[in-house]
Design a protein around this ligand. Sequence first.
Ligand code: S3P
Length: 431
Amino acid sequence: MTISKVLDYAKPSLKGTLRIPGDKSVSHRSIMFGAIAKGTTTVEGFLQSDDCLSTIDCFSKLGVAISVDGEKVEIKSEGLAAWKEPNELLYTGNSGTTTRLLLGLLAGSHISSVLIGDESIQKRPMRRVTDPLKQMGAKYIGRENGQYTPIAVEGTKLRAINYEMPVASAQVKSAILLAALNAEGETVIKELETSRDHTEKMLQHFGATISVDDQTIRLQGGQTLTSTHVVVPGDISSAAFFLVAGAIVPNSNLTLQNVGLNPTRTGIIDALNEMGTSMTIELDELKSHEEMGTIVVETSSLKGAVIGGDLIPRLIDEIPIIALLATQAHGKTVIKDAEELKVKETNRIDAVVNELKKLGANITATDDGMIIEGPTPLHGADLQTYGDHRIGMMAAIASLITSSPVTIDNAECISVSYPNFFEQLTSVLNE
Ligand code: S3P
């Protein structure tokens, strides 16, 4: 069952401080790396969202002992060789990261298993992972030659690969790297464009040797990981909703703490700066292997910009909320080179354009993005989330500036990445 929600915020301003919850990408990886390493891995700042809980559930079914206490997680493992063959399906829910990285990890294991996800996952392309992995010797069976889940994996011995990536995707890169850990020989990956490097950073944090030279990554197979302590930074993709809210809602001033500032993720900061957002950033002292800091944002006079090229992989998940910001910016914003949006939790080009149009935005879909003319006053409407958390949060932030209430059809999908989103939003509302 899905619950619709009426968002009726009467001309608020946003004031206060938020501690941004854990990064989804890093949280997933902390469980996976803890499960590969022998010994006890401890995690702090873990994001207890639906997607990350799907990862925990899959690894529990593989026999890894995982205990969760709020944002603290403990993973006890005897290493990948000790994982057990699951007697149930591995259900990856809505999570592309869980599905694709597990396809990589299970390929070189001793285990046979079947991965299945929700309706959205069952439509998302997996050959971008299964094709290169098959070149390494992996054995998969799935619809359309391993394109769609459910996919059965029969673990087998893998060999290294020399692979030029046809898409800029951290999920593909990470699936190959995780398989390469278990393969014979040195794997070399050449990235098309630099995508988020959480896997490379975490491999080093767990004691592996990996070389990254410009966009070429080399990893020798057969390395063992050493269990360790992981501090998960706050998710800049979650912070993005409040960065935009702070910029577009009149008389606002928000302080966002604990924001992950890994340079492969800070494209949103570059885009917001270019569009005239008034922000200050202070880096924290380095606590673990990922940078974080505090961002203060205030109501800003915004201008349009062209967003494309190698900036896209550094802000791919933030495009829905950037599109909303662009409706309030003076002039034209062009978002291009972003075809990847079509294969996210939903087709995010269509979803963003359809829903912002319903609110009165001047926005047009293109083949590889969208064009927005602003500024436009927005009005209320009944919006659809398409079960996509980021479309739901875009709608919620939009409702802060609409002249009448907005209704969304499925508010609970937001817990895929930001379970306390509404609680945090309410805490900074000054009506
Ligand atoms: C992710 C990588 C990105 C991103 C997703 C999380 C990751 O996907 O959109 O939300 O954790 O590696 P792609 O790698 O497919 O671009």
